[in-house]
Design a protein around this ligand. Sequence first.
Ligand code: AMP
Ligand code: MG
Length: 416
Amino acid sequence: MLSVQEAETIIFNLVQVLDPRKDVEKVDISSALGRILAEPVIGNLDFPHWDNSAMDGYAVRWEDVEQARDDKPVDLEIIGEIPAGYPPKLRLQPGEAARIFTGAVMPDDADTVVMQEVTRREENRVWIQAAPSKCQAFVRKQGAYYQAGQELLPAGIVIQGTEIAILAALQVKSISVYRKLKVAIFSTGDELVTVGQTLQPGQIVDSNQNAIASLLKQLGVEVVILGIVPDQAGDLEVAVKNAISSDIVISSGGVSVGEYDYVEDVLTSLGAKVHVESVAMKPGKPLTVATLKNLQNQQVLYFGLPGNPVSALVTFWRFVQPMIKKLSGLSDGWQPIFIKAKARQELRCDGKRESYVWGKLRLVDGFYEFDVAGGSQVSGNLINLAQTNGLAVLNCGQTLISPGELLKVLLVQNIC
Ligand code: AMP
Ligand code: MG
């Protein structure tokens, strides 16, 4: 059995399904939110585009105003007004100033702006009552923040509101992003029915498929739902062959050691290479991770998650979620996020395997605290997973964490 660390190293290094040269599409920036940039963006405009004023005030020549003081103001003639959006049609001579507004283009021969607050105006004359801090004060120079031809945004980042603002400002109307990963999911088990179907004795609803589909949608991938597959090797084989036209396959159930647990056998019979069979963690011990080739000779990654609802989600959050972020093209920030938080209750486990205790991370006065979900912490108890956003991690050998102690929590959903 692999340790969590060993399993993580194996899984995170398995395959690179998206090719930055081929698996790319162009999208308009209006629909780029949440997509991952596949190639660096190079802008062809300077930013700012022109020397412009950072203040409402007066455009002046530094040498005219550098001696200005409250008790010895400098008197200049106002020769015109430059509102934002209009190119200046004037040029300053010694002793002259132009009224200027924030964002307006600097006139020729003016090099400094004096803010309105340190001036006094009378008709077409202005008294400068304090010298600006330096020549160029309050002037936003052309290209000061970005110069055309440099890298504007690197590949591998998620496009968010800030990036869209930058692209818009630089007139970049469309960008190359990675295509969405296609992830096929199915559940295995003769006992499973779909939501709404009448339950016969012994049956349960396939909640895993609903959970996994939702978590995948949150990750921005294309989800292919293949339904419920009976506990028959033949049916499972058909399902796997069907599923591997996607980039990644996630099944749940059928990965334990019982007579009806066919997943690993079927994968092996289809020529898959099994990299992980079980992991020393609780919940989530039975976990199959394999790679196999599809008809197009492409490598497909297969995650066979345990059937128990909590085990399925814990293994998804611990291994699948970061891996999908990585395979989607993210160059950084895909790794699991662990947060230090103060335990609000006692946490106990047998210390035999790395244990994951589910609950809720909260921010209290700027510090994280962790509340253990009440009720049974067992892998079949789906009900007390409600509002879970963190999994407290107890290392092998660690059996007790007392209230008030700091613990390590895997962040699995947003804290709200
Ligand atoms: P398995 O891993 O197939 O042995 O299943 C372990 C436990 O999880 C059994 O109690 C199953 O009934 C339950 N289970 C398996 N698949 C699902 C599913 N898709 N949704 C909810 N529970 C499931
Ligand atoms: Mg089963």
